[in-house]
Ligand binder design. Structure first.
Ligand code: PMP
Length: 422
């Protein structure tokens, strides 16, 4: 029987000592009522909350869990490296091994730099683009998320207009809008940020139009600016290379994070020789950026990526999950919009402008042991099996049935309603 007594107690304590009770994307404030905030275990495809409820986890830590939580080979590499050296006075030789592994794997990459979070990598990309020809303007797709730094955080508090003074926004997949933005930047155009595909929260996903991607490349070349692909979220779930290899376009820089160490804290920026001099001029660093343990985890993760069929497996499971949900939606009379790659499924309900159906559905699935998001794309991992999908579909079938019955009384989330109004 699902319960949340301990979670509630922890929330009460957190409200006293953590601003807002919790912050950032792992705050469950925006999730449906009762979603657990605290977890005590994660293994394979499952997470366990503070009350001992277990869930098949379709959020995968918001991405990092690529191969299964605590994947044994990665954890062995971590344990062995912990006995040698981690954060220290200088990097270990693993930084060279890892840079070589990334350059070997990512077609456009001639060099790599390592950091901790995706936002570190996108910030470096921004700085390198500006340092490249000492120009200022950077084009960013409207509503695209590149991290929580002032230049891109989605909420206005603590941000001043000057933080974004040199950003120009365009519409994703719209070549005209991109060309207009570039024209506006003129000879001050430093760089173009491209998401591998459109994966904004609360919205259908869309894959990049190849013509749009080629236009981005052409504009960057014409203006002598750098093209950046932010692969922090999509990286290694579409292909074993930069995600824009799928549309045949090579950026100058790509940002990586999340999956790189299968959950160990590491991210990276890789680039081509065109961007190398600028990358060596900027000063960027962090106390833990050179730590060896996450690098050992990343080297092992990349080995598995190269040598196993992890990608084909997680894609196939994603397709099964998607097909199962689609069939159930028809059975229970709901319209579902399932968009984007099967490896990062987005599930939204038709005719659900205030998301009450999605919230109701995810809440019912959650109390039956399946953790899904009603507004953010989800993530598949390679440890997932057909048994997981079967168990998931049992829960989601019951969830559809429950919201079919309660449909008339479902209410929109007050937190979400307030946010949408703001
Ligand atoms: N870029 C994209 C596309 C992301 O999805 C994210 C994280 N959700 C980031 C950058 C920032 O990564 P991090 O949270 O690790 O700083």
């Amino acid at each position: 029987m699902w319960r949340n007594t301990k979670d509630r107690e922890l929330r009460d304590r957190a409200a006293e000592v953590i601003p807002g009770g919790m912050y950032g994307h792992q705050s469950t404030a925006m999730m449906p009522e009762g979603f657990p905030q605290f977890f005590t275990g994660a293994k394979g495809t499952r997470i366990t909350d503070a009350d001992g409820n277990e869930y098949i986890d379709y959020m995968c830590a918001y991405g990092p869990n690529l191969l299964g939580y605590q994947q044994p080979d990665v954890m062995r590499a971590v344990a062995e490296q912990q006995g040698r050296i981690d954060a220290s006075t200088g990097p270990s030789p693993l930084i060279v091994d890892l840079a070589e592994a990334m350059v070997g794997m990512i077609s456009h990459a001639d060099w790599a730099m390592f950091c901790k979070n995706g936002a570190d990598a996108t910030m470096m990309a921004l700085m390198i683009a500006r340092a490249y020809r000492d120009k200022r303007k950077v084009l960013v797709a409207r509503n695209a998320y590149h991290g929580s730094m002032p230049w891109n955080t989605p909420r206005p508090a603590g941000v001043v207009a000057e933080d974004r003074a040199h950003l120009i926004y365009f519409d994703y997949n719209d070549t005209q809008s991109l060309a207009d933005a570039a024209k506006q930047a003129g000879d001050d155009l430093a760089g173009i940020f491209a998401a591998p595909f459109r994966h904004d929260t609360f919205a259908d996903q869309s894959l990049p139009d190849a013509e749009y991607a080629r236009t981005a490349r052409r504009i960057a070349d014409e203006y002598d600016a750098l093209l950046i692909v932010d692969d922090v979220r999509a990286g290694l779930r579409l292909c074993r290379d930069c995600s824009w290899e799928t549309v045949g376009v090579r950026p100058d820089l790509s940002a990586w994070g999340k999956v790189l160490g299968n959950g160990q804290p590491i991210s990276a920026l890789v680039g081509n020789n065109r961007a190398r001099a600028a990358a060596s001029r900027i000063f960027v660093t962090g106390s833990f950026w050179f730590a060896a343990v996450p690098m050992a985890a990343a080297i092992e993760t990349l080995r598995i990526v190269r040598e196993s069929d992890y990608l084909e497996r997680l894609t196939a499971i994603g397709e099964q999950f998607r097909a199962g949900l689609a069939a159930q939606a028809v059975e229970f009379g709901f319209g579902l919009r399932q968009t984007g790659p099967a490896a990062t499924p987005m599930v939204l309900f038709e005719d659900d402008p205030d998301f009450r159906l999605g919230y109701g559905f995810c809440r019912e699935a959650m109390t039956r042991g399946v953790y899904m998001s009603p507004y953010h794309n989800m993530f598949m991992n390679a440890a997932m099996t057909e048994t997981d999908v079967a168990q998931t579909l049992e829960a989601t079938g019951a969830a559809f049935e429950a919201i079919k019955k309660s449909r008339a009384s479902l209410k929109p989330s007050p937190v979400l309603a307030a946010l949408m109004e703001a």
